[in-house]
Design a protein around this ligand. Sequence first.
Ligand SMILES: NC(=O)c1ccc[n+]([C@@H]2O[C@H](COP(=O)([O-])OP(=O)(O)OC[C@H]3O[C@@H](n4cnc5c(N)ncnc54)[C@H](O)[C@@H]3O)[C@@H](O)[C@H]2O)c1
Ligand SMILES: [Zn+2]
Length: 356
Amino acid sequence: MQTMEKRLSVHVSTPYDVVICRGALQNLGAYIRNVHKGTSLMVVTDSHVEKWYLEEAAASLRAAGYRVETFVFPAGEESKCAKTYLALLNALAEKGLTRTDLIVALGGGVVGDMAGFAAATYLRGIPYVQIPTTLLSMVDSSVGGKTAIDLPAGKNLCGAFYQPALVLCDPDVLATLPEDVFCAGCAEVIKYGFIGDRALLESILHMPIRQQPEEIIFRSVAMKRDIVQKDERDTGLRQLLNFGHTFGHAIEKLSKYTLSHGQAVAMGMDMMCKAAVRRGFCDAQVTDLMEKLLRAYGLEQKVPFSAADIYRTALQDKKRDAECVALVIPVRPGTCELKKVSVSDLLFFAEEGLKA
Ligand SMILES: NC(=O)c1ccc[n+]([C@@H]2O[C@H](COP(=O)([O-])OP(=O)(O)OC[C@H]3O[C@@H](n4cnc5c(N)ncnc54)[C@H](O)[C@@H]3O)[C@@H](O)[C@H]2O)c1
Ligand SMILES: [Zn+2]
């Protein structure tokens, strides 16, 4: 059943719309027709999403008159690598896709990043659309134009800024998401609330995200949109989106990726709130609310690493300049500020973040 759509326009170097609409996947072809007049397209997806949604998506695209090619790779972050990327480029070339054709990224953040980077580079750039199928990809990775693959030396080390022609979110597909994958997306929603939308925090405290996905996706995307419009290429303000991520990335890495990104970011946000209270940047209502929300979304977990290990690992992060690290610090629920702190101070933040 199709319901009313919500739509946001993202005004960056190449503007595009984000559409949120239940049942949109059944009408994929019609949505794509509005942004793309070509004849052929390549749907890129992973082995899990393929089973659930590829047939339905491809049928709608064919009904809209497109020649539909498909590229499916094994689900999982390990696939976001040079090998899959090259295989995808070769498939695009073999199927004869040209610059007037289109790539359709149907899947979570792994598919979106991979297909987006292929789109950015194949024939020096062909158009693509994002059809995100996880909560995380709907609220975060599909918007903002960052595309990347991982290198053996680290995640997202090879990529490009490249904007999609359209982002189409169908919240109905969230019904098939494994619970832990859903919760990982909830961590990012909590992040948006803390950095700029107190009412969003109240809303997801009183009504589960699963019961109001359109509204929550809309507000989260609006928040990300407002930030990326002001800082498309991540040179300043966009760092606000890293709330909880400096320690979160370190925790994720230390766990050898056995902790999900969402779980690790949840721990990172909790640490930043605790450290901020101890430093006097904010009062305990910040930590209270954070803890309530993490509990409500199954993200409350003790950090299994020491402050020294987290600090050391965080310092290896690519987003650091010589002596300072930009930290996102909560000043009250719904407001964070960017502060440069010295590298040595970062250790104290980690220590204070781990104190009960
Ligand atoms: N480009 C950006 O700005 C940005 C931002 C944040 C994260 N990322 C990237 O996003 C990736 C993580 O994204 P993710 O959490 O979506 O992971 P993912 O793409 O691996 O998806 C998680 C799992 O859910 C499955 N899945 C996806 N949709 C489904 C559905 N509707 N029903 C059932 N199963 C489904 C997938 O097959 C996979 O097994 C990371 O690689 C990260 O680096 C990018
Ligand atoms: Zn994140």
